[in-house]
Every structure is written in structure tokens, then in C-alpha cells.
Design a protein around this ligand. Structure first.
Ligand SMILES: [Zn+2]
Length: 317
């Protein structure tokens, strides 16, 4: 048995917080590939709503893999997996397909047949929206990844988890991620007004962290009040390009432009923690914001294992 199999034999599932923005999502993909992907895995399944970052994660996991469903509308046609020719020198070892997208062109059983054929030939197939093809495929993915507010990484066995279990969790939690990311942008927007430009982003359940090497001289209660004003105005948020959104009519830099609620008023129960936090090792100053949390912030409960249990995640879109 290969080292990766021995290493992963007792792995149930891993949960990571979905990072904000493309560069960190790509990094996360690279790390997942290093830690959880076996060279012998053939079926790689991804589950997550549109805009959740599946394609970006794949760019990190499989650099160079040509995705067949580019968001900019450049699609690889004809779809390579539907025209498998195993006689040539240059047939791909890895195929990619987005089931939701391809269902506009093919019957599900045709896609399932093509995936099975590729699998029999020892090819790797990377499948987005794996949950949609699973009922026709009759076999689970070797590596299955769900993306919502969290990234769930699992290597299913006959005991599960089933794709629908993963789907239920990540589709329920993505609303929180959309709200948190949008609130994060609004805080950033108000910081730019205060001439504060340099900080890093970190993630926490139901919220976000902005981290500063030098503590900015700002009042966090005022900052919170300004963000709440933007929320009360219910400004529309729209995708502008790969690195920008519009907040109302203002252009704002963002590398996750498809991960927002459609207007600021959809952000529920926004709160900013009224004190700066201090990172335990770097001593950097940090601002914490949370969404969808009606009660007061209790720091030690944000990432608690109780919240990590998948029952009862708030569903909102
Ligand atoms: Zn954004």
C-alpha cells in the first residue's frame, strides 16, 4: 500500500474555514492536494454553490488543469471527456467537468458513462457539482470536497459520507459566508475612508478578522456605526470584474467578487467587537467582525467544537 493510503486510512473528515479571496483559496487548494490527495485517486468530487470557489480551489490543487467551464464564458468545446480516444500519445490523464454546466448539453447518463469509461481507463476525472451525477454514477468519489462557509475534505468509504450529506452542510452555511465576506468589504470600505489601507485578512466562524502590524488610531464603535449605516442603506452589491465589485455605485477591490449578498441590507446582525484583539504570537492588532449572531460576541465560543457540529447551521441565501 502506498504511503498516502496508510496516512489517510483513519481520516474521517477535515474541516477548514473557507478563506476569503482568490489568492488564499488557491493556497488552500495546494495544501489540500498535498495533505489529502493520493496519486492513485481517480474520482475527485467537488460540491458547492456557484461562486463558492470550487474552480479557484481546483487551480491550487491541480495547477495547469484546463477547466472546461471558465466563469468568463470561455468554455472548452467539444468536451474532452465525451470524445475519449485512447490510441494517441497525448490523451489527457486528467479530465475536468462541471456537471451543472454540462447538463445543458448532455443527458446525465451520458456524462456518467463517460466518467465510468475514463475511470476504467485509469484516468483521473475532476467533477464539479458531484452530487448531481452521483445518483447516475453509482460510485462515490475517492476524494470528496464540499465548500460552504467551511471546506470539508473527506475520503468516502462504503460507510459514507454521502455527497448529499456534504451538500446539506455546505449549502446551509454558505449564506453566512456571503454575509461575512460582504461585511468584511464594508469594514474595509470604511477603513479606506479613514486612510487605513494595510492589513491582512483572517477567517473565523460567522465572521472575519482584519490584522494590523501597527494598530490604527480608530474608534471601533464609530467604525461599527458607519458599517451599520451602509447596511441600513441597503446598497446593491454587484460583480464588476475578477478583482472588483460595486458597492452602490462605488468600485471596490475584492478578489472574491462572486461571494457577496446582493445588497447590504441582507447582512443580518452585524457586530464589530469593540476592542482590538492582540495576536498571541505576532502581537499584531486585530479587528473582529461577526454576522448573523444576535447575541453578544463570546470570543471563545466562535470556533467551538459545538458550533462545528453540523446540526442546526442557519440556512440563508
Ligand atoms: Zn468582496
Amino acid at each position: 500500500m502506498s504511503y498516502s493510503d496508510r496516512m489517510q486510512r483513519n481520516h474521517l473528515y477535515s474541516v477548514l474555514l473557507s478563506p476569503r479571496g482568490a489568492p488564499r483559496m488557491v493556497d488552500q487548494g495546494t495544501q489540500i492536494a498535498q495533505q489529502y490527495l493520493s496519486p492513485f485517486d481517480r474520482l475527485i468530487g467537488l460540491i458547492g454553490d456557484s461562486g463558492s470557489g470550487k474552480s479557484i480551489l481546483l487551480k491550487g490543487m491541480f495547477p495547469g488543469l484546463e477547466l472546461t467551464n471558465d466563469d468568463e464564458g470561455v468554455n472548452v468545446r467539444p468536451l474532452p471527456i465525451m470524445h475519449q480516444d485512447d490510441t494517441g500519445f497525448f490523451t489527457p490523464h486528467t479530465y475536468h467537468l462541471d456537471i451543472r454546466f454540462e447538463m445543458a448539453f448532455y443527458q446525465p447518463h451520458e456524462l456518467a458513462d463517460a466518467i465510468r469509461l475514463a475511470d476504467e481507463r485509469g484516468k483521473r476525472v475532476v467533477i464539479e457539482h458531484f452530487d448531481l451525477i452521483y445518483p447516475y454514477l453509482g460510485m462515490n468519489a475517492h476524494l470528496l470536497i464540499g465548500i460552504g462557509e467551511e471546506i470539508i475534505v473527506t475520503r468516502p468509504s462504503v460507510f459514507g459520507p454521502e455527497p448529499d450529506d456534504i451538500k446539506e452542510v455546505v449549502f446551509a452555511s454558505i449564506g453566512n459566508r456571503r454575509m461575512a465576506h460582504t461585511a468584511d468589504d464594508l469594514v474595509e470600505y470604511c477603513l479606506i475612508d479613514r486612510r487605513v489601507y494595510h492589513f491582512d485578512h483572517y477567517d473565523v466562524r460567522n465572521g472575519f478578522i482584519l490584522s494590523f502590524h501597527e494598530k490604527p488610531q480608530i474608534d471601533l464603535r464609530e467604525l461599527e456605526a458607519d458599517v451599520k449605516k451602509l447596511i441600513a442603506q441597503d446598497l446593491p452589491i454587484s460583480y464588476l470584474d475578477n478583482t472588483h465589485i460595486l458597492i452602490g455605485d462605488q468600485r471596490h477591490y475584492c478578489t472574491g467578487p462572486r461571494m457577496h449578498v446582493s445588497s447590504t441590507g441582507e447582512i443580518k446582525d452585524f457586530q464589530l467587537y469593540h476592542e482590538f484583539l492582540t495576536h498571541r504570537i505576532t502581537r499584531d492588532s486585530q479587528i473582529l467582525g461577526v454576522v448573523n449572531m444576535p447575541e453578544e460576541i463570546v470570543l471563545s465560543e466562535l470556533n467551538s467544537l459545538k458550533l462545528m457540529s453540523f446540526a442546526g447551521s442557519e440556512s440563508s441565501k
